[in-house]
Each structure stands twice: as structure tokens, then as C-alpha cells.
Design a protein around this ligand. Structure first.
Ligand code: ADP
Ligand code: MG
Length: 440
């Protein structure tokens, strides 16, 4: 048995960051190498969620980083934190199929904007005094808008409270129904009921899946009543408001409406940029504004896809020594929208217009007002409006942060001009055809 020098361990962390920037987290600094024996390096982790993240997602990355640094076959064994009993607050029975909390899904990592401010405030209030403010709390919104993130943030906060240990059950609706079916099959309904009805907080994600399960609905109804009467906190999420979930009977929808129902909307461009900035910081990456902008603008509405886009950019940047610039971002996301012929993106339009008019991108995005630049700029804005789903505000952002009235004016000018100017009409037709051809 031997120990490993701090220098070697920090080299391993650097290697992981370089090879897998999408996995790296700032809290890796708190990992502590213990000892090395028979090619196994034991590493102490500092939290249950950290341990789960490392074993489930980072094992391979750490093994190969250790191999690269130490120069021989190595395995890293992540040691779970030893909880004194008083610090064992989370789930009172860990089952393998129970959802683990994602260590990234905390309140500090959640970006608030007009789309989610209310949901965030409600979750924060519930985390501060569970069972007393909004009960039940029902959060709904489309996929990828941060519902699971917020629900888990509440669980993290309850877990960290440092008060009397809380029994928290966080799980997907599907797990609830699976447990229920298994309990019936095994004749273990009594244990099932004990388990679900003796918690301080029951947090169920994607409750809309109850709609297809009549027996589970019945069971959930009674679970709900018991917990509610005991003033225990219930938090639910769904893809729609209670009344919009099909086949959910009135006795359930009305109960879901007893507490507070909050909706999360799609994030604006500004919020998306803040989300990408936050996600980059979590990955220890510092991105220039134009890259943040490009990523945020290339994913119109969904925070989950933003994360995928960011990972693509970070992974590609490794081939260029870790530097991230707009060119790399454009290369990484060029094929971002796939499917039967991808959508035309703003970068396609910028490329086509600069090539056609033989001008530089910097001029198109700059302040010069000479007609030789101003007209191509207006044409680009016009084409962006016609051929992409970007809002006026978003288009303006691509042209040196011009505001939406400037874009509107450009679109109007080009629309009017082409009626009188055959030459311009021809240019627009040719550019449009070229763009469609490029993505088909
Ligand atoms: P949902 O449960 O609504 O489908 P998730 O909670 O799984 O969505 O969120 C998808 C991804 O987007 C997650 O990585 C989450 O961290 C991220 N995300 C969504 N909204 C935000 C936000 N406001 N701030 C930071 N990250 C966010
Ligand atoms: Mg979810």
C-alpha cells in the first residue's frame, strides 16, 4: 500500500479536465486521494450526490486520466462519504431504482429570469419551510425547462438544512407506479404504504404519467391525503397544468390546485445566455460573450439542449488546445439542428451574404453606415427574419447588439425596396435558393 503525491493527483485532475471538459466540476478539488494498492487508487468523496455522479458518469474518465499520468493500468475507486447517523438526512431507504439527486441541480446553479421567477421563488420558500407555505406545490412546463432541476434543488436544500433529519423521497412518477405494482405482486402493500406515507417530503417528477395508471392513481390519491393531513410537504411536476393532464379525475386535479400551481415558460435569449454562462462555469470553462451568444441563439427555447450545445463546443475546443472562440462554436454547432434537412441558421446567412457582397463579417456586424455595408446588413436581417425562427431581438444581437426596432426597420426597408428594385429582388431570390440548397 502506498500514497500518491499531491502533485500526481493534481495532474490527474488536470488530465480529466482536459480530456473531458464536459464532466469536470469545481468541487473535484475537494476529492482526497487515500491510498494506492494493486493498481487501485482509492479516492474519498465528500457527498452522496458527488459520489453517485463520479461513479455513474466519470469512472472511465478518471481511470484513463490516472493511467495517462501514472503510466500504468489504474483504476480509481471512489469511496462514499461516511455519514455519522445524525447527518443521514435524505432518503431513508435507498433503492437502486430511486432517482439520485444530480449534484449540479442546486439553487445556486439555477438561473432565474422572467420565465421561471415565480417557480423558483415558490420552490425556495418551500425548501425554507416545508409543509407550511405552499402545499402541494405543483410546477409545470414543457420538457427541458428546469422542473427536475428545481425539484432537486429543494431536496438538496432540505438535505443541507442541518436541522432534524428529514425523510425525503424524490422519485419519478414511473418509479412510484413500478414500486406499487411490485408491492402488489409481492404482497407487500403494507410496507409500500408505510414507506410512502411516513416521509417529511414527497417529491414526484412528471406526475402526468399517472394518467395511464388507474390503480396507481387510486393509491396516490390516498398517499396524498395522508401526507396532506399530516402537513407533510408534497411537490409535483408535470408537463401541463393539473386541468390539462388527460384522464386525471377531478378529485386529483382539484387537490393539485389546493396549494400553488406555477408554470415555467421558455427562457428568453438573455436568460439562455445566463444559463450557458452558468453551465460553462460549472464545467470550469470561461467563454467569450460572442460564443455564449452563439450557443444561446442556436437553441431557441430549451435549456436541456443548451447544455448539449455547450458540451459540443467544449469537446471540439479540446482539439484546438482548449481555446474557445466563435469559429469553433460555429463549427461545433453548424450541424446542430439535424433532421430531414437541417434548419437555416444565422451563421449560414452571414456566410452567404458576406460571400455574395464580398464584405467582411466584422463590417456586417459593425457600425459603418455606408450603403455598401448597410444594405447587405439589412438584407441579412431580412433573410434572418424570413428564414429562421429567431426573434427581432435575437437577430439584433447578431449584428453588434442592435435593438429590435432597427431590425424591424431593416426588414421593412428591404420589403419595400424589392418591390421597386428588380436587381434586389433577384439577389434575394438567389441568396434564399443558395441557403435552402446548402442545408438540404
Ligand atoms: P425538465 O425537468 O423541465 O424537463 P430539467 O430540470 O431536466 O428540465 O432541465 C434540463 C437541463 O436544463 C438541466 O441541465 C438543467 O440544469 C438546465 N436548466 C433548465 N433551466 C435552467 C435554469 N433556469 N438555470 C440553469 N439551468 C437550467
Ligand atoms: Mg424532468
Amino acid at each position: 500500500m502506498c500514497s500518491i503525491s499531491p502533485r500526481l493527483w493534481s495532474d490527474i485532475l488536470v488530465e480529466v479536465r482536459q480530456q473531458h471538459p464536459e464532466l469536470a466540476r469545481p468541487w473535484f478539488a475537494s476529492l482526497e486521494p487515500l491510498e494506492m494498492q494493486h493498481g487501485v487508487l482509492r479516492v474519498q468523496t465528500t457527498g452522496t450526490a458527488h459520489h453517485a455522479y463520479l461513479t455513474q458518469q466519470c469512472q472511465q474518465a478518471f481511470n484513463s486520466a490516472a493511467q495517462a499520468v501514472i503510466g500504468r493500468l489504474m483504476t480509481i475507486a471512489f469511496v462514499p462519504p461516511a455519514h455519522p447517523d445524525s447527518e443521514r438526512p435524505l432518503t431513508f431507504e435507498r433503492e437502486t431504482d430511486e432517482l439520485q439527486l444530480n449534484p449540479d441541480y442546486t439553487f445556486p446553479n439555477f438561473v432565474t429570469g422572467p420565465c421561471n421567477r415565480l417557480a423558483h421563488a415558490a420552490c425556495a420558500a418551500v425548501a425554507d419551510s416545508p409543509g407550511h407555505v405552499y402545499n402541494p406545490l405543483f410546477v409545470h412546463g414543457n420538457v427541458g425547462l428546469g422542473k427536475s432541476h428545481l425539484l432537486q434543488a429543494v431536496c438538496h436544500k432540505l438535505q443541507d438544512h442541518g436541522q432534524a433529519p428529514k425523510r425525503i423521497l424524490y422519485l419519478s412518477c414511473e418509479t412510484f407506479t413500478n414500486h406499487f405494482v411490485e408491492a402488489i405482486e409481492r404482497g407487500a402493500l403494507h410496507q409500500f404504504r408505510y414507506r410512502y406515507r411516513h416521509v417529511d417530503a414527497l417529491v414526484i417528477d412528471d406526475i402526468q404519467f399517472l394518467s395511464d395508471r388507474e390503480q396507481s392513481r387510486e393509491e396516490f390519491f390516498h398517499t396524498f391525503n395522508t401526507l396532506y393531513q399530516a402537513k407533510k410537504q408534497i411537490i409535483l411536476s408535470a408537463d401541463d397544468a393539473p386541468n390539462g393532464i388527460p384522464r386525471l379525475e377531478e378529485r386529483l386535479t382539484s387537490r393539485f390546485n389546493w396549494g400553488l400551481v406555477v408554470r415555467i415558460d421558455s427562457p428568453s435569449l438573455e436568460t439562455r445566455m445566463a444559463i450557458v454562462r452558468k453551465k460553462a462555469a460549472i464545467r470550469c470553462a470561461n467563454l467569450p460573450e460572442d460564443v455564449l451568444y452563439h450557443i444561446a441563439a442556436s437553441v431557441p427555447s430549451n435549456a436541456r439542449e443548451l447544455e448539449g450545445a455547450l458540451s459540443k463546443v467544449l469537446v471540439l475546443s479540446q482539439q484546438f488546445g482548449g481555446a474557445v472562440n466563435l469559429q469553433i462554436a460555429r463549427q461545433a454547432l453548424g450541424d446542430h439542428v439535424t433532421g430531414p434537412g437541417r434548419l437555416i441558421g444565422i451563421s449560414d446567412i452571414l456566410d452567404a451574404v458576406t460571400e455574395w457582397f464580398q464584405i467582411r463579417l466584422a463590417d456586417l456586424q459593425g457600425k459603418r453606415r455606408h450603403r455598401s455595408i448597410a444594405l447587405p446588413r439589412q438584407i441579412s436581417m431580412y433573410l434572418a427574419r424570413q428564414l429562421t425562427n429567431l426573434s427581432l431581438e435575437e437577430i439584433g444581437g447578431y449584428f453588434g447588439g442592435r435593438d429590435h426596432t432597427t431590425v424591424l426597420h431593416a426588414v421593412q426597408t428591404v420589403t419595400d425596396l424589392q418591390k421597386q428594385d428588380q436587381e434586389l429582388e433577384h439577389v434575394l431570390t438567389a441568396l434564399t435558393a443558395k441557403l435552402h440548397e446548402k442545408v438540404s
